[in-house]
Each structure stands twice: as C-alpha cells, then as structure tokens.
Ligand binder design. Structure first.
Ligand code: UTP
Length: 480
C-alpha cells in the first residue's frame, strides 16, 4: 500500500506529516489511519468552491421562492378523516415491524457546554432522566403497544462513541436489550486554515470533526446499518435529534402520511413563532422542488412577509424531524448518483491547532473552516416529499444552549406544561399560570403514557387509584 504521506505531499498537505518522523510508532500508526480516512480531493474542492470562490449570493434565487405546501393539523383546517387514515396506516406499519427509530447524536454540543455526550444530559423535571432514557422509554412504549420490538439506531461520532455505548451498557440499555440498539459512528472532516491547509490538533492528530447531521445518510450506508434494516424487513426510518425530549419518536400519523404519500422523505413543520426565529423554513424553489432555507439565508423581506390574515407567509419552520424511505437513504448515502449528492456547508470556527514549530495555539477568533452536511438538504432529491404540520407543545423543545432560549430551563418548563395539559385532559386537578406552567412540578413517564390520549385512557381506567398531582410526583408504571 502506498503510504498516505505521499498523497498528502502531492496534494500540498505535507504539513500533516511534519512531525511524523519524531513520533513513536503507535501515534504514527494512528495518524496514518486518520490520514487514510481523509478524502483529499473533497477537501480541496470544498475549500476552492466554498471558501475561495463562494460564488454570488442567492438573493436572485430567493426571488423565486414560494412557501412549501404542508398538511395542516385538523384544528387548523386539515382534513380530520385524512389524519385518521394516516394514523391507522402508521399503526399498521408499526405493528408490521417496518419502522426503525433513528437518533443523530454525533454532534459536539458546544453551546450547551455539558461534559459528556448530549444524550446523557439529565433532562426531565423530577427524575432527571437523561435524554437517551426518555427516547428509550418512548420506543419501549411503542414496542409494547404494537407488539413488535422496534429497533433503535443511534449515530455517534468518534468524539462520543465509546462514552455513549458505555452509558447504555451501564444502564442496561434502559430495558431495550443490546440486540435492539445499534450504534455506529459518523464520518469526519478535517478543519482547514484560510489557505485550505489541513490543521493538526496535535503533532500526531488531525483536527477532525463530525461531518454534520447530513453525514448520517452516508454513515447509515457505510456502517452497514441500511443493509441490516433491509435484512430485518425495515423500510421506514423515523429520524430525530438527540436534543429534543418532546419528540414523538415513532409517530403513527406522521409515518402514515409518509407511506400514504409514497414519499421518500417526509418532514414535520411548525409555524414559526416570530420572523427571526432560528429555524430553517420549508420553501418551494424555482424548479418546483421543496427545500429548507436556513434562517441566515432567508432574505428579511421574505421572512417578515405576511398573508392577508396576518400570518407569516413563509412560516413552515423545520424542526429536524423526518421519516425516510430506506431505499432513498441507500441511494443518497451511497453517493453513486452525481445528481443526488448532499452539498457541504462551511462554518468559520475557532479550532485549536499546533503551529509549524509544534506549539499548541488556542485561537481567540475563528481561524479555521469546517465543512458539514445538513440532513434537510436531502429534501429536493426526494420523490413525493410530504410535509405535515405539528404543534410545538407536542413535538419540539430542544436543549441547545446553557441559558436563554432552548435551554434546560425552557425545556423543563415545556415538559411540565405538557404534563399539566395531559393531567387536565384526564380531569385531574392542576393549577397552572396563563402559559400553562403548573404550580407544582411533576412528571409523567413514557412508561405510564407517551401521549395525551394514552394518559387519559389509563387514568380513566384507574377508578379511585387515580394519580395525585403534588410537587415532585412521578406518575410511572411499575411494569411498563
Ligand atoms: P446541532 O446543530 O444542534 O449541533 O445538532 P450540536 O453539535 O449538537 O451542538 P452545537 O452546535 O455544537 O452546540 C443537531 C443534531 O444533530 C446531531 C446532534 O447530535 C443533534 O442531535 N449532529 C450534529 C450529529 O449527529 N452530527 C453532527 O456532525 C452534527
């Protein structure tokens, strides 16, 4: 085998091996392995096309944008019979064992600043159950209801893979069984300096970081997860992020709309709360394809435009909840079709590196370019994309930041509001303020009920043993 050092030198990236000869054998091997995983022509193409010659802005294209169509909730004018049909179709698919849950958990979670994989963050109000546990309990609840042990695929990255797997082992896979939880690591991309030179994080280590949540599609293929799904009769993948404990991991109506629409990729949308809200927006481009336009790329005049009824015209916000057709992921993830390739995006970041003299440098302003793929960029390649409306309070309260919006505090309060709503719907006495926040903190576990309907049904069957809502109450099922 030709040593990758030669290729790096030929590509003008010889600096990666600058300290190689001084390294002991084990770090030399490690660096060689890391270097073998780098696609040098991809790195050079991305630097050339995204950094050196980024091309004109997309203002002209923005002129062609229209709002994407979506299926409204019944309470906002959607056809209730169609929602019912979708629900039943989704339930049938779940019962038939056609669906896998899929969590992308390879991110670095820098904004939250939590020490550990984000999925291990204690998120629920009373039990302080970690995010992974909440999803596991929801998947377990669905498995019990539909009589099929649903598999769960979790994408990690080298940064958190071992810690994540250890966490599941230590917690007995939260009752799911190791044969049902499948971990795989996503791809990595090197950070480059202004000149496109690959940076070294240490003398024997390339500055690599995960290739974005869009990297999940090729990682599903490269890891063999897609083949495994095929062998197990799974054709539908329910995709969600690790940071959102409200998400309905396996939502029958959503899965049903996806299947009824013969869609390759379906998405949930929620009405943006205000024009500046930092979520991408579902739009239809000039070629008639649905796309997600990032909030930073959305021209202000479009972001603030209103319909006659005063609603934002471009209001369908993307919340990173999707259903994928397995063969679509296989097609896109394999990367064989030059007309269906996820683009990379650049991000200017602070990246610690070692300089020419081997001295570690901690930059205090962005010094490097990182390249990432975004999963929503798959949308324009999908046949029959389906977008359905969801309600924020039922599906979305992510933990992104240590404080302020989308923080542990807002997420805790949104969970409490959901529990209070369910309790009220079941006729239990709960006091709440005008935002719906209850005066006492309590928690309903997914093992007891994972939807409002289920909660109401269980409570109404409980006679005199109904749960009492007091501070720190945990409404749980001892035998979920
Ligand atoms: P975010 O865009 O919120 O990024 O990821 P992050 O890395 O978690 O957090 P910051 O930006 O560093 O603060 C959204 C979802 O996509 C996953 C994350 O784990 C999260 O579930 N993700 C992101 C990946 O799986 N891989 C990536 O490379 C990036």
């Amino acid at each position: 085998m030709i040593h990758p050092r030669n290729d790096f030198e030929d590509a003008g990236q010889g600096q990666v091996f600058r300290f190689f000869d001084d390294l002991p054998a084990a770090p030399q091997d490690a660096l060689t392995r890391e270097a073998s995983g780098v696609d040098l022509s991809e790195v050079s193409r991305l630097h050339e096309t995204l950094v050196r010659n980024p091309g004109a802005g997309n203002e002209a294209l923005a002129d062609e944008l229209q709002p994407a169509e979506f299926i409204p909730l019944p309470r906002n004018g959607g056809d209730a019979a169609r929602w019912e049909e979708a629900f039943e179709t989704g339930e049938a698919a779940l019962r038939a064992g056609r669906v896998a849950a899929f969590t992308v958990a390879g991110g670095q979670g820098t904004r939250l600043g939590f020490d550990g994989p984000k999925g291990t963050f204690p998120v629920t109000p009373i039990r302080k159950a970690p995010l992974f546990q909440v999803f596991a309990e929801k998947i377990r609840a669905a498995s019990n209801r539909y009589g099929k042990p649903m598999p769960w695929y979790i994408m990690t990255s080298v940064i958190n893979h071992e810690e994540t797997v250890d966490f599941f082992e230590r917690h007995g896979y939260f009752g799911l069984g190791p044969d049902r939880v499948h971990f795989f690591s996503q791809g990595l991309m090197p950070a480059v300096d202004e000149e496109g030179k690959i940076l070294l994080a240490e003398k024997g280590r390339i500055a690599l970081s995960p290739d974005g949540h869009g990297g999940s599609l090729r990682a599903l293929v490269r890891s063999g997860a897609i083949d495994r799904m095929e062998a197990d009769g799974i054709d539908t993948i329910s995709y969600f992020q690790v940071d959102n404990p409200l998400v309905r991991c396996l939502d029958p109506a959503f899965i049903g709309f996806h299947l009824l629409g013969e869609s390759e990729m379906s998405s949930k949308a929620l009405p943006k709360a205000y024009p500046e809200e930092k979520v991408g927006v579902f739009c239809r481009n000039g070629e008639g394809r649905d796309v997600v336009i990032e909030y930073s790329d959305m021209p202000e005049r479009l972001a603030t435009e209103r319909d006659d009824d005063g609603q934002l015209r471009f209001r369908a916000g993307s919340i990173a909840i999707h259903v994928f057709d397995r063969d679509f992921v296989k097609r896109l993830g394999a990367g064989d079709d030059p007309d269906a390739v996820l683009p990379f995006h650049k991000a200017h970041k602070k990246v610690a590196f070692v300089d020419d003299a081997g001295k570690p440098v901690e930059p205090d302003s962005p010094n490097a370019w990182k390249f990432e793929m975004f999963v929503f960029d798959a949308l324009p390649f999908a046949k029959n994309p389906v977008i359905i409306e969801t309600a924020r309070e039922d599906d979305f309260s992510p933990v992104k930041n240590a404080e302020g919006a989308d923080s542990p505090k807002t997420c805790r309060e949104d969970q409490l509001r959901q529990f209070a709503r369910w309790a009220k719907a079941a006729g239990l006495p709960v006091e709440a303020d005008k935002t719906g926040l209850p005066s006492v903190a309590f928690e309903i576990t997914p093992g007891f009920a994972d939807t409002e309907e289920r909660f109401v049904e269980r409570v109404s069957g409980m006679g005199n043993e109904k749960p009492v809502i007091v501070d720190e109450a945990v409404i749980d099922d001892p035998n979920p």
